[in-house]
Write a protein of this length. Structure first.
Length: 202
């Protein structure tokens, strides 16, 4: 095997020096994420709606929902459901990868009348624990793309689960309204918090 010699100059040159810990990378600007609307429930509600979103189309490329929630029912873990623009036709698909306790799993469904974007534990879960859901809605104001969402969701409630959900609304219309629905005739419990953020273009 040949033995190669490395000169010190070959290891040191060229040396790129930076005056910042960013090392030439673009800085993260927290101001690109801005709160649009938020609501904390003072009573129960079967739905929470963010409306008039067309007013923000020129400002934000993507939307993000941050939701801390439980329902007022007494059994099971329900879905956190959404509809866009009031459309309840079978135009929503979703796929989920999840861990429930120590058990992994996956699932999904096609041609639904709602979009699944998270989970909601019932009111008696671990003393009334809430779930935490972060949902990105990409290119929401485009008039040429079907709408896609991605969610990270988890709870320490009825079955202590964590998961990621991808979903599609097969409609190219810009989103002007987001309705968040409690599954199975339940209501969102008092103290549930819903916040909508806009993400500005780079």
């Amino acid at each position: 095997m040949a033995i190669r010699s490395l000169a010190r100059s070959s290891l040191e040159s060229p040396v790129v020096k930076y005056n910042s810990l960013l090392a030439g990378n673009a800085a993260y600007d927290p101001s690109q994420l801005e709160l649009i609307q938020s609501s904390t429930l003072s009573g129960t509600a079967t739905a929470v709606t963010f409306a008039n979103l067309g007013d923000y189309a020129s400002l934000y490329k993507h939307l993000q929902l941050r939701i801390v929630v439980r329902n007022s029912g007494n059994t099971g873990t329900g879905g956190l459901l959404a509809r866009f623009n009031g459309v309840d036709s079978a135009s929503y698909n979703y796929h989920v990868v999840r861990g429930v306790g120590a058990s992994p799993g996956q699932g999904g469904d096609l041609s639904q009348t709602f979009l699944v974007c998270g989970w909601v534990p019932h009111g008696n879960s671990n003393g009334g624990a809430f779930s935490y859901n972060i949902i990105d809605i990409l290119d929401w104001s485009s008039n040429s793309k079907n709408k896609v969402s991605r969610s990270f969701t988890g709870n320490q409630g009825y079955d202590s689960r964590v998961g990621m959900i991808s979903a599609t609304w097969f409609n190219t219309a810009p989103i002007t309204q987001i309705a968040l629905l409690a599954e199975g005739g339940n209501s969102y419990a008092t103290g549930s918090h819903f916040a909508l953020y806009g993400i500005r273009s780079q």
